[in-house]
Design a binder for this molecule. Sequence first.
Ligand code: BEZ
Length: 220
Amino acid sequence: MPGLTIGDTLPNLHVDTTHGKINLHDYVANSFTIIFSHPGDFTPVCTTELAAMAAYADKFAERGVKLLGLSCDDVRSHKEWIKDIEAYSKGKKVTYPIAADPNREIIKQLNMVDPDEKDSSGQPAPSRALHIVGPDKKIKLSFLYPASTGRNMDEVVRALDSLLKAAKHKIATPANWKEGEAVVIAPSVSDDEATKMFPNGFETAQLPSNKGYLRFTHVN
Ligand code: BEZ
């Protein structure tokens, strides 16, 4: 059975976190939400990632996006670990909740298990998984990194900006796109529709096939 992936509905799990007990659908409510897992508390790469998330929290808040971290240890351990994270991030506060999963039930249901990583007691450990969930509670995007590779938070923001734009307009974002650059018009939109839909106009790339499918425009 494939695990939770894009297009699936986030299971409405009850979860214990550093901010108290939550259920996932109530937490997401009407916001895009980033749920990101870490192999374990008091581990080096995880500490840098959670500190980076603390430093980027304002960028996510500006976009109306919620954060939820997850690491397999218990809430008491998380609260001790947060002191290290905040010291490492030079005082940036961990304002987002971190979920606990000592029984490894949540990571199984959220497809966050790394088959190659075990903790010191031989239990499965989480991968560096990250799901972006939409207000409709569906998974819009997933990253899956091994324990040895820390994530790039600029890429998380970039991918999120792409998702937010594509949720608003019939567009997609091209390779290496960054906020402010031209986007491409979705293939389902005809040229006539595009003329009405995109007040900034659009430019069609001239390609040998002459099919006119690569059309660039600017949207806010
Ligand atoms: C880390 O966060 O540094 C880490 C955790 C588990 C395995 C390898 C690295």
